[in-house]
Design a protein around this ligand. Structure first.
Ligand code: ZN
Ligand code: ZN
Length: 120
């Protein structure tokens, strides 16, 4: 119902090890992982991960990956995305996403809890 809710995970890819923040799998060990890909998908849990090399790393929320609430696209890799804006319109679907601190979560677990609380 509350589709303003942000899907955010901290980027573990910031670390050299390239671990999935969702399940902890080592991505560099996975066959489909390519450090030249803009986005990699964890083979184990399906979590989408923006490549640090290409993705915008954030100013207000360094290291946070932002996903579009509507289509699930990673916003960090879109041209023109900056987390200093209160809102950002997704290039792909045109959805207006809220970029605020209370929408940023340390983990997917935390995000799920938050969703439960607000009934979304
Ligand atoms: Zn994973
Ligand atoms: Zn979108």
């Amino acid at each position: 119902m509350n589709n303003l809710l942000r899907n955010v995970t901290k980027m573990v890819l910031l670390k050299r090890k390239c671990q999935c923040p969702e399940c902890g799998a080592v991505l560099s060990m996975q066959e489909s992982f390519d450090e030249n890909n803009e986005i990699n998908v964890c083979e184990k849990c399906g979590q989408k991960l923006a490549n640090r090399q290409f993705a915008y790393q954030g100013e207000r929320f360094p290291g946070v990956t932002w996903f579009c609430d509507d289509c699930g696209t990673i916003l960090n890799t879109q041209e023109g995305f900056r987390d200093i804006y209160p809102f950002y319109r997704c290039d792909k679907c045109g959805y207006l996403n809220r970029i605020t601190e209370d929408e940023a979560f340390d983990s997917i677990e935390e995000k799920r809890e938050h969703r439960k609380k607000i009934g979304g």
